[in-house]
Each structure stands twice: as structure tokens, then as C-alpha cells.
Design a binder for this molecule. Structure first.
Ligand code: TRP
Length: 336
């Protein structure tokens, strides 16, 4: 596993997002910030917008996919990903991915696949325990195809995706053993330093389905509304009451987003002694979050929808020619 502070010369980086809706602060902290670092380092970054993968989780989301692809492209541009440096590609247009998924499916033992821990957790989260469809169960296989067709050096993902990537390496080994070849590059996950942001309600993960997000395209008013509702300490009723820091969501966010760490240290002491109101902290946090999101709001509409789609189209074309080249090699190995 590689952490994002190991900066070296230009590497091929490949990652993906499911376009399920506008991206939020959790994405920014957990993955987008890391991508900006990679971009500045001069790495070759490809981002796959995994639109077909959305269907694996919930077929009814198909109707929103087209619009969400545009929203996600706007999010990328607004955080500062530079389209002249980053290649964006649309999964559903790269047909070789589905071809490779099909071939790989014949190698994967079903019982091993069902043991991938991420699959179990996500099935419970998205589908309810007993309603997994075949497409969903097969997603570690299709995600492996996404990756190995493009031969990247590193794959930045959230921690919860690591078992899926490890399973990918297992598939590669099985393929190499069976066909007595060595054509796929080992999958190397890259985990960002802050893998997960808590939700505004204090639950473990900021997630759209839990309704505890602050979207990157939020207005200042929307930030205010979210922060006002944040949990602090239910024992902290009067300003003079001593308050708790542990589990206090506002402090968790301030720790991340307030630049002056010394000031936070002092405020924590004051809060624990008593005499510091929640509103003071919340107003600070609104300012801190708005400081990050305001420039994004400005950049968000710097490109028209058509320009964004054209960018995506150009990136996808390049991805297709790379995929076609590799697929030819794969076919020649399978059908000798
Ligand atoms: N499953 C990833 C997610 O959680 C999206 C994804 C699809 C991906 N294909 C990928 C990530 C390939 C990394 C590499 O959104």
C-alpha cells in the first residue's frame, strides 16, 4: 500500500467514481484533494466515471445518470482538476471493459467472490440483505477489468475498496496461471491520509444516502443550515456549562478545516472549562467551509455543458484506443 506523501516522478494513476449525484466534502477530503496533489506532482491521472457501475447498486438510478455525469464533471472542474492534465473517461462507452469482464468471469470461483468483505457490507447498505443481483455481485470482477485494461501504477481508492482491489490481484494470478502468461500489471491501491469524513450528524461516514452531507456546490446558506444542525454535546445546555470534545462533530470538522490549529486548541480548553457557546464555534466553521467552497462555486460554471461533454468524449476516445490495444493482447492469449 502506498500513501500519498510518497511523491516520485510521473506515474500512471487510475481511479473511478460512480456518478450517483453531486460530490460532497467527504469526497473532497477523502479523494479529490489527493488527486489535486497527484496532478501537481505531474502524474498522469485518468478518472473513470463508472456510470454502468451505478446500475449495479440500484437500477432505478439509471434515469439520473446522464445528469449526474455532468454534475460530477462540474465538481471535478470546480475543485481544480485541470482538464489539460487529467483524462476523464466514461465507462459505458469503453466496450472492451465489458468484454474483459466476461472473460474474467469464467476464471473467478463464485464462492471466493462472495467472500469479498466489501461486497457483504455494500449489499447490506444498498440492497438489503437478500436481494443482491448478479451485476452487483460481479462488480469486483468488472472493476478489476476497469483497472487492468489501463495498466496503471497506482489506484487511489477509499479504504473500503481495498478488499475489492486485492481480489483483483487474485483474479490476475488465476488468469496468469491458467493461461501461463504475465500480461496484467499488479494492482497497487493508494489510500489517502484522511480516508473518511464523518457525517454532519456524527455518523461514521458522510454519505448521500444517509442525508448527512455538505455538497461542494452548496451555497453559504446551505452550509449554514447544515452546520446549525450539527451535533455538539447534549450536556452543554448553558454557555457556562463545561462541554465535551469527544464525539463533538463541530470540533471534528474544525480540526480538519480551521487553519489556525493553535486557536482550536485554546477554544477546546475554553469549551471544556465552560463559557464558550456552540454558536461561536458553528459560525467559525461556516466561515471555514465557505472559504473552501466559495472558489469552487466560482469555477463551477466556467465551462458550458457542451464543453464538459466534449472533454469527456475526448478522454473516452483515448481510453478506448488504449483499451482496444490491450484487449487484442488478451484475446490472443485466450484464443491461441
Ligand atoms: N467502486 C468505485 C467507487 O466506490 C468506483 C470505481 C469504478 C473505481 N471503477 C473503478 C475505482 C476502478 C477505482 C478503480 O465509487
Amino acid at each position: 500500500m502506498i500513501h500519498n506523501n510518497t511523491i516520485s516522478k510521473s506515474r500512471a494513476i487510475f481511479t473511478g467514481d460512480r456518478p450517483t449525484g453531486a460530490l460532497h466534502l467527504g469526497h473532497y477530503v477523502g479523494s479529490l484533494k489527493n488527486r489535486l496533489i497527484l496532478q501537481e506532482n505531474g502524474d498522469n491521472l485518468t478518472i473513470l466515471i463508472a456510470d454502468t457501475q451505478v446500475l449495479n447498486n440500484d437500477l432505478s438510478k439509471a434515469k439520473n445518470v446522464k445528469n449526474n455525469i455532468l454534475e460530477v464533471m462540474k465538481d471535478y472542474i470546480s475543485v481544480g482538476l485541470n482538464p489539460t492534465k487529467v483524462r476523464f473517461a466514461l465507462q459505458s462507452k469503453v466496450l472492451e471493459l465489458f468484454e474483459l469482464t466476461n472473460y474474467l468471469s469464467n476464471i473467478v470461483p463464485m464462492n471466493q467472490l462472495l467472500r469479498v468483505p466489501t461486497l457483504k457490507k455494500e449489499a447490506a447498505m444498498y440492497l438489503g440483505k437478500n436481494s443482491s443481483n448478479l451485476g452487483f455481485i460481479n462488480y469486483p470482477v468488472s472493476q478489476t477489468a476497469d483497472i487492468i485494461l489501463f495498466e496503471p501504477d497506482l489506484i487511489p481508492v477509499g479504504e473500503d475498496q481495498v478488499p475489492v482491489l486485492e481480489f483483483g490481484n487474485y483474479i490476475i494470478r488465476m488468469f496468469h496461471n491458467h493461461f501461463e502468461c504475465n500480461i496484467f500489471k499488479k494492482i497497487v491501491p493508494m489510500i489517502s491520509e484522511i480516508p473518511r469524513l464523518v457525517g454532519t450528524d456524527g455518523s461514521e461516514k458522510m454519505s448521500k444516502s444517509l442525508g448527512n452531507v455538505i455538497n461542494l456546490n452548496s451555497t453559504k446558506k446551505e452550509i449554514e443550515t447544515s452546520v446549525r444542525k450539527m451535533y455538539t454535546d447534549s450536556g452543554h445546555v448553558k454557555i457556562s456549562d463545561p462541554g465535551k470534545i469527544e464525539g463533538n462533530v463541530v470540533f471534528t470538522f474544525l480540526d480538519l478545516f480551521h487553519e489556525n490549529k493553535e486557536e482550536i486548541k485554546n477554544l477546546k480548553q475554553q469549551y471544556q472549562r465552560g463559557g464558550l457557546g456552540d454558536m461561536v464555534l458553528k459560525n467559525m466553521l461556516v466561515k471555514d467551509i465557505d472559504y473552501i467552497l466559495a472558489p469552487m462555486r466560482e469555477k463551477r460554471n466556467s465551462l458550458s455543458d457542451n464543453q464538459l461533454l466534449e472533454l469527456l468524449d475526448n478522454g473516452t476516445k483515448k481510453a478506448i484506443s488504449q483499451a482496444q490495444f490491450k484487449m487484442e493482447e488478451v484475446r490472443n492469449i485466450i484464443f491461441q
